[in-house]
Design a binder for this molecule. Sequence first.
Ligand code: HEM
Length: 558
Amino acid sequence: MITLVILTIVASALVWRRLVRRGRRPLPGPPGPPYIGPVHKIPSKTAWTKIYEWSKVYGPIYQFQTLGTLHVWIAREPIAYEILSKRAPINSDRPVIPNLSDNRISGQYLALLGRTDTWIRQRRLCGIMMSISDRASLHAYPTMERDRFLYQMCRDPSSYIEWVEQFTARTVSRLSWGTARSAQVLRHVTFGLLETISPSGSLPNKVNFLRYLPAAISPWKKRERARRRMESRLFDANVRFVIDSRARGRASPSFMGTELWEDEMRKEELADKKYQEEYEAMKGEAGNVVGLMAIAGALTIGSPIQSFLLAMCHHPEWQSRTQDEIDSVLEGRCPEWEDRDRLPVLRAVVKEVIRWRPPVPTGIPHASEVDDVYEGFDIPAKTTLHAAEWSMTRQEDYYPDPEIFDPGRWLEGDSPSYSEPLCTYPCLAGFSQFGFGRRTCQGVPIVEQDLFLTMGGMAWAFNIHKMHDTETDAEARVHWNDYTPLLIAKPVWFPLDAAPRSRDKVECMRVMHRSARERIQNEQKMGDVDVSQFEQELGDLVYFEDVEDEVVEDEYIL
Ligand code: HEM
């Protein structure tokens, strides 16, 4: 114990001496015991609200030390832009995650890699794959899965979390490998990874020295190893599946399956021989890059879809406005991606949901690589830099009355966040909630299309409202801001009802679902590709049956 205290004091003194010797000011920040810092004051459930509170006391950029690491929190967008985007060459590294100690070097996790050659190469490949699929409108997979999702919501709205997560995992699984068959396994490994990397997830992320426990006695290491084994088998099985389908000329389009990215790389290779090696390396890493893209999309998008349901329970006025827009512009039809230019209210609702309840409220940290100064304040090398996403959405000069859910702030000319033309804005591209500089999110085209279609589809189809509690003969209580504590925050389950708006709409949903289902069934036949082999490979993993795909006739009594 005494040794620990002495070590603590020496480490803190060294940090302070470094700052003082250079004669610059350290950033202000909340006080705490040396070395340990104010970490005990941060609630594990909603850390982001404390981070926001402190930004009001210590300013829009502040720091504190926890367990020997210096953390800088950036609560205003222009400052994040200056430090993380303009100074990207020195601030684009990632810190070590105690419970995943190889995150900076393992080629398995693009989003968590340090600023290495592997990251540069993988990010480039991810960008190429995404833009090719984006140009093909994501092969209409989001629409196909949205139609399935609406039908499930119609049958059992109270299980909405399950339907939302099936939708996101199935859509991104199709995009990644051209099949939704392993979506359930994907959900499982993604949730496990989220626990492994979240500061409020596995214990070693909070009590750092636990990371040094040998695997034999560390339950967290054991769990992560088992999860990673399952993940590798999932990725390998899917890659083999795609290669096999392609060899038989039966592959559905996907990130992994497209030959176009290879063509694109080959062009460069021909132009310049030095790309030969890079091309070979990319080919070897494509399976991991696609796997990471699937993981990044499997659970993230579910957060805003669930927050939308929460917002609609509390703000029926915005539900009516969205419905009025859809009904008048589309004359009774369900929104499709091609309608986006003509539905600014719906796009404003999408963007406001993300502002109101940021899906990644504490951001994904960057790490600085060299000593730097910001407005006279020191930012030493190896500082962990956080874009405090929740705080940024509460800048009152940019978002007046920030706690209020008000999509109008994106639509009205006198609002500070308004941009025109309204056929393009509001949109998600460039929004602070997707990060900064060289590490910005690469999945925005998927997020944008998935959210537009699901939120638009639900507004078209249902009246979403609080459940009626028959015992009290009153509306059931719906929380306002009770969110899960992991890196991706989602609303805790609340009771809701989604009543179809008319019998016609129910019939439409049935027809839409039936046609999506036919496509799925045709795909499952997949000519002469032996899908059962793929299923066997995933055999003992939680394999998903498409039981809900059944179309039930005349089930609804309105
Ligand atoms: C609502 C959904 C999503 C949100 C809010 C979100 C947000 C973020 C944020 C905040 C970052 C970190 C940016 C930074 O470090 O500055 C990030 C990184 C990333 N996201 Fe997303 N994301 C979402 C969905 C997706 C999807 C669907 C994909 C699928 C491809 C994806 C792929 C990535 C990748 C590959 C990175 C890492 C970039 C890098 O480190 O170089 N994200 N995302």
